[in-house]
Design a protein. Structure first.
Length: 99
C-alpha cells in the first residue's frame, strides 16, 4: 500500500512475506470506512536486510546496514548499523565496524 513514497536504497534484501505500508486509515464520523488516508513516506537504507514477515509502517526509516529480525513490526525509525527486533521493533545491538 504505497500511498506515499517508499524509497529503497541499493543492496537491500527482503525475506518472504514482508509488508511495507506508507498509508494508515483514519476515522470520519466514527467510521474507518470513509476516513481520509494518512500518508507518510518510508525509507530503507543501503545494505539493510529486512527478514521474513516484517511489517514496516508509514513514516518510518530503516538505516543503512540494519537487520530487522523476522516477524518484527517497525513503528518508529531505526538508526544505521543495528539489529532491531520485536513488536514494536527496538534496537537490540549495534554492529562493529568491518575491516
Amino acid at each position: 500500500m504505497a500511498g506515499a513514497a517508499i524509497t529503497i536504497d541499493d543492496e537491500v534484501m527482503f525475506g518472504p512475506y514482508c509488508v511495507i505500508v506508507s498509508s494508515n486509515h483514519s476515522r470520519l464520523n466514527g467510521s474507518f470506512r470513509f476516513g481520509p488516508p494518512i500518508q507518510e513516506p518510508i525509507y530503507i537504507g543501503k545494505g539493510a536486510w529486512i527478514a521474513s514477515h516484517v511489517t514496516v509502517t508509514a513514516g518510518t526509516s530503516i538505516g543503512n546496514g540494519c537487520i530487522v529480525a523476522a516477524n518484527s513490526v517497525v513503528t518508529h525509525s531505526i538508526p544505521d548499523n543495528v539489529l532491531a527486533a520485536g513488536q514494536p521493533a527496538r534496537v537490540l545491538r549495534g554492529f562493529a565496524d568491518e575491516a
